[in-house]
Write a protein of this length. Structure first.
Length: 206
């Protein structure tokens, strides 16, 4: 057995830590970076882009009737929490073409047997796609691809799942009268202590 040099090992660890730190702190070529929280998005130099993406996500959730607001005293379970995930969509050249925001629930806070009984991912696996493409090639068929916005949000939930009001609601309510009307149609009342009752799935939900 060859003894390892502790000095070499220490140097390697230092190198890896330095590299990891630099990667996390790295800024993309166009000078922007992705915020990790909604509060960071509010202080970001591209604040307007991130808010536009977040407001679009909230509007999508409301128009698809994904959730409604209700009094905390009427909630039969402890609410789970959520967080925002911000991402830059880039083209093949590495240029940012779109800013995206997704509201993701912390599914690990759900209680098995109370909030869910089974988990599954309704996504196609690579072997499935290969079979479809092979059949299309043999039969000389045409394949079309579409991007369904918010496809995950169309499935319902089998249990009552409550969620704490998420960051960004107040800012969204200030974006215009249409936003306020849309929120109120879903039971929003800022003067009350409210929680959210999910009617459809959210990203991260089991």
């Amino acid at each position: 057995m060859v003894d390892s040099d502790p000095m070499d090992l220490s140097a390697l660890v230092t190198h890896l830590v330095t590299k990891a730190t630099a990667t996390v702190a790295a800024i993309s070529p166009n000078g922007s970076s992705e915020p990790n929280t909604f509060k960071q998005a509010l202080k970001h130099h591209l604040k307007n882009h991130w808010l536009k993406a977040a407001f679009s996500e909230i509007r999508q959730l409301l128009t698809t009737k994904t959730f409604y607001f209700g009094d905390r005293s009427e909630a039969s379970k402890s609410p789970i929490t959520s967080r925002w995930v911000f991402k830059e969509k880039k083209d093949s050249q590495g240029n940012v073409v779109k800013h995206k925001a997704r509201l993701v629930v912390r599914g690990f806070q759900q209680v098995p047997g109370t909030d869910f009984t089974e988990t599954f991912a309704s996504t196609a696996t690579p072997p499935t796609w290969r079979v479809v493409l092979a059949i299309a090639a043999v039969q000389d068929l045409e394949i079309q691809q579409i991007d369904f916005v918010g496809a995950f949000l169309n499935s319902g939930v089998d249990f009552d799942i409550y969620m704490e009001a998420f960051e960004g609601l107040y800012e969204y309510s200030l974006s215009g009268e249409e936003a306020v009307r849309l929120l109120k149609r879903h039971g929003w009342d800022p003067s009350k202590d409210q929680v959210i009752l999910l009617k459809k799935s959210l990203y991260g939900l089991k």
